[in-house]
Structure formats: structure tokens, C-alpha cells
Design a protein around this ligand. Structure first.
Ligand code: ATP
Ligand code: MG
Length: 461
């Protein structure tokens, strides 16, 4: 078995070996190299202690000395550095809240180090002298496309409950299954996930969502994990939809929709949450048809709470919440669309009201939602989104005014006309924007100033 190691990785391994230590590429990078995937980063495991590693290399950072990790840096081109984490062989103590176990013990044994790792496919090491070191049959699990714990899954999930989410995350990234015994223990031990910090859960959740198989999210539900960190989703899986738009539960529809947008964090989160309020908004009419009035608005509020709870940053939260709130917005209806000018006007008003930065993501969300619904009226629904997008493109291309800051005049122009500075200025600019959204050609200084009196009169009405 020969794997191609990057030059810098070879250099680190050789330098450690020349100094009398053992050193190997280990974990995710070996797994990815075996699969023919480009590893995100190359980690090295060594018998050298952190202080010994630091002495050997010109540039290092003390990343986590108490956990045995030193980052080695090499110049990459003109600016920037390539970084490699070099970690001493170790045995982990109890995992607490944080990313690392509470205490670790260094060991001279590579096998002991591999034993502490989560899954067999993540517990292989490699260097050019020894070849592949695979104490737990990781290679055969890789061939069989399955995730299996190193050792007893019950013990391993009890030590660190996050591993249950990691099992599903790797299944989603690699398109693998989880072996029955490991899955069974996830079901038993799922409640222990409650002990894990929101930050660690968020990291795994995002990696799962932006993977090639985001619909494997379903395993989090099947394993009982969403009951712990996202009970709102468990409710969605239990919400039937008697409607011509849908043939499955709101949860199944959501899972399908994840696959219909590109692998982007905000888009995938928006799909995960777009119908999150359906369980609480559901009403059934006399004919047995279900309705979900106001589910986008209520869903946006729920999404905000959930993303806060999972400690997402403000910007991600804002973008996702907006997409959820607007995912069902009918800017105009195809049958009552009227002339092109009327449609453009409606889209300008929508973009001005909703903020320019939700587009074009919103169109991607709308399309994914439609593609995950029943085929009833699908062509017409998609044609409507195409129409919105066409209008939006034309508006962008013509650089039309969509907000007060795009107006051909500003507050100082009004002051120069003798209008006292104060709230009146804002109201007049707002009236001008209203006019310009209807008639973009009116956005020029002469026209706006000529009609100043009319805008002033309209003010407050
Ligand atoms: P990726 O970098 O693509 O997310 P990875 O396999 O490199 O995948 P990391 O989280 O970077 O995953 O961890 C690196 C290695 O450390 C893993 O391959 C695994 O061997 C080990 N590891 C990481 N987290 C844990 C954990 N919670 N329990 C046991 N071993 C772990
Ligand atoms: Mg990694």
C-alpha cells in the first residue's frame, strides 16, 4: 500500500525519524487519501514529546501543548504559511465540555494512540517506511463503506457523546452506513448528547449539512439525537401533510429539499428550517385538507431561537432567518402578472422591502422547496420563480434604485433647498424612493428636486 504524501508531510516525518522518533500521517488524512479524496489537512502523530517537536522545527505554534499538539509552519509561496498539527501519541482522559479531553497521558505506543480514536476508518496511520498501520480493520470498513467504532461502541459513546453525531456526519460526508451495533448504541445513548456543548454540536451539524449526502440527517432523527438537540425537527417528522402540494410528511419533504440546493451552509440551514413551524401552524379544513397559515413568519421566529441556542453567529442567523421568512413569498402571481413593467415594479418593491442580500439565494430556496414537493403544478411554480429571477436580473443589470442610498439625491441636497435637518428629510427621501421604485427613470436630481413640493405634500399621508 503506497500513499502519496505532500512534500512537507514527508519532510516532517523524516525530520522526526532522523531524530530517533516515530512519526506517521494519521486519522482523517489517511482515510481521505485511501479514498482518493483530497484531505482538508494533514495531521501527524509522533512518539516525540511536544518540547522535542518544537526543538526540531524553525517555526511552530503552541496549539495545545497540554494535549500534545504543536503546529509546524512552512512558508507557502510569497505570503502565508502551510500548517501541520503534530501531536504526541496519547491516551485520552475523560472528555468534558470542550473540544479536547480533560487530561491526556502521553504514551510511547502508536497502537494506544490509534485506540483512542473514534472510528476504525479514522484510526489508521501511514508512513513510507512502515506502510499502512491498520490495527482495527479500518481498510475493510472503508471498502465496505461503513462506520464502526474502535472498540466497544457503548464505551466510546459514553466517553464522548459527540461521537454519535460524528458517526452520522461521516456517513453523510462519505455516503457510508453505520454498522448495526454502533447504530443500536446511538439509539440507547442518544440522551447523553445533552451533555455536549452547543458549539461542538454546531460544528458537526454544519459539516453534515454541507456534505454530499445531507439527507443522512434522517439518521439523527432515527437515532434519537434530534430529540435532544433539535426536538422541533422530530416534530416535523411526525407531521403529515394532507395537501395536493405534498405526498409525504413535512420532515421527509425537508430532507428531500436539502439535496436540491447546492452545498452552502446558509442555503442548507434555510432548507432544514424552512418548514419548521408546520407542526405548530397546522389546521385541517372541512374537506380534510391541511393548511399551514403563517408558517414562514412563525418559522423565522423559531429558527432565530434555534440558531441562537446552537450558538450560530449573528450573520448566519440573520441570513437563514430571512430566507425562512420569505421562502413562500408570492411577489406576483403568474396568472395576474400583467405587463413586464408591472412585474418589474413588484420585484423592485420586494427587493427594496426584503433587502438586496437575500437574492439570489432566495430563488435557490424557492426552487428547492418546489422540487421537493409533489409534481402538482410544478412546472408553473418553477416558471414563476424563473420570472422573478429574470426581473431581478434585469433590475440589477440596469442598476436601478432599490434603497434610499441609491437615490440621485441625498439629505444634504434637501438641506441646500432650505429644508431643516431633522426627521422631515428622511420622510421626503422615503417618498422619493416610493416614486422611483415605481418609475426608475425618475431617479435623477432635476426631476426629484422639481417635484420636491409634491413629495413634501405627500409626506405623512
Ligand atoms: P475532517 O477534518 O474532515 O472533519 P477528520 O477525520 O480529520 O475529518 P477531525 O475532527 O479533524 O476529523 O479529527 C481528526 C482525527 O482525530 C479523527 O480522524 C479521529 O481519528 C480523531 N478524533 C477527532 N475527534 C475525536 C473524538 N471526538 N473522539 C475520538 N477521536 C477523535
Ligand atoms: Mg481533520
Amino acid at each position: 500500500m503506497i500513499l502519496k504524501l505532500p512534500e512537507n508531510v514527508k519532510k516532517i516525518i523524516h525530520m522526526l525519524q532522523d531524530a530517533g522518533f516515530e512519526a506517521y500521517a494519521v486519522g482523517g488524512c489517511v482515510r481521505d487519501a485511501l479514498l482518493g479524496r483530497e484531505p482538508d489537512d494533514w495531521d501527524i502523530t509522533t512518539s516525540a514529546l511536544p518540547e522535542q517537536v518544537k526543538k526540531l522545527f524553525a517555526r511552530t505554534i503552541d496549539t495545545g501543548l497540554q494535549h500534545g499538539t504543536v503546529t509546524v509552519l512552512f512558508r507557502a509561496g510569497n505570503d502565508g504559511w502551510d500548517t501541520y498539527e503534530v501531536t504526541t501519541f496519547r491516551i485520552d482522559g475523560v472528555y468534558e465540555d470542550a473540544r479536547h479531553p480533560k487530561d491526556v497521558t502521553f504514551t510511547p505506543s502508536l497502537e494506544e494512540d490509534l485506540k483512542r480514536r473514534d472510528f476504525t476508518i479514522n484510526a489508521m496511520a501511514y508512513n513510507e517506511t512502515a506502510g499502512l498501520i491498520d490495527c482495527f480493520d479500518g481498510l475493510s470498513d472503508l471498502k465496505d463503506k461503513q462506520i464502526r467504532c474502535v472498540g466497544d461502541p457503548k464505551e466510546r459513546f459514553t466517553e464522548d457523546a459527540l461521537r454519535m453525531m460524528r458517526a452520522v456526519r461521516f456517513a453523510a460526508q462519505l455516503g457510508f452506513t453505520v454498522v448495526p451495533e454502533t447504530l443500536k448504541q446511538i439509539r440507547e445513548l442518544a440522551p447523553r448528547l445533552a451533555m455536549i456543548s452547543a458549539e461542538r454540536i454546531q460544528t458537526e451539524l454544519v459539516k453534515l449539512l454541507v456534505s454530499d449526502h445531507p439527507d443522512k440527517f434522517e439518521m439523527l432523527y432515527q437515532g434519537g439525537l434530534t430529540d435532544v438537540f433539535l426536538p422541533e425537527f422530530s416534530a416535523l417528522m411526525k407531521t403529515a401533510q394532507h395537501s395536493k402540494h405534498h405526498g409525504e410528511t413535512a420532515g421527509e419533504h425537508t430532507l428531500i429539499s436539502l439535496k436540491k440546493v447546492r452545498a452552502d451552509k446558509v442555503l442548507r440551514l434555510a432548507m432544514l428550517f424552512h418548514d419548521i413551524a408546520k407542526p405548530v401552524c397546522r389546521t385541517t379544513d372541512e374537506s380534510g385538507e391541511d393548511h399551514f397559515h403563517r408558517h414562514p413568519q412563525i418559522g423565522a421566529e423559531m429558527t432565530k431561537k434555534i440558531l441562537r441556542r446552537l450558538k450560530f453567529d449573528n450573520e448566519t442567523t440573520r441570513c437563514v432567518v430571512n430566507l425562512v421568512r420569505l421562502h413562500d413569498e408570492r411577489i406576483f402571481r403568474l396568472e395576474e402578472a400583467g405587463s413586464g413593467a408591472k412585474q418589474l415594479r413588484a420585484v423592485r418593491r420586494a427587493v427594496s422591502r426584503n433587502g438586496e442580500d437575500v437574492y439570489p439565494n432566495l430563488f435557490a430556496v424557492m426552487r428547492a422547496d418546489i422540487l421537493a414537493q409533489s409534481e402538482w403544478m410544478r412546472t408553473q411554480k418553477l416558471a414563476l420563480v424563473d420570472r422573478y429571477e429574470k426581473c431581478w436580473r434585469e433590475i440589477c443589470q440596469k442598476n436601478q434604485c432599490l434603497s434610499i442610498k441609491d437615490l440621485a439625491i441625498d439629505g444634504s441636497d434637501l438641506i441646500a433647498q432650505g429644508i431643516p435637518s431633522g426627521p422631515e428629510i428622511g420622510t421626503i427621501l422615503h417618498e422619493m424612493l416610493e416614486d422611483v421604485l415605481d418609475e426608475p427613470e425618475n431617479n435623477n436630481k432635476e426631476y426629484l428636486l422639481e417635484h420636491l413640493e409634491i413629495y413634501q405634500k405627500r409626506e405623512g399621508k
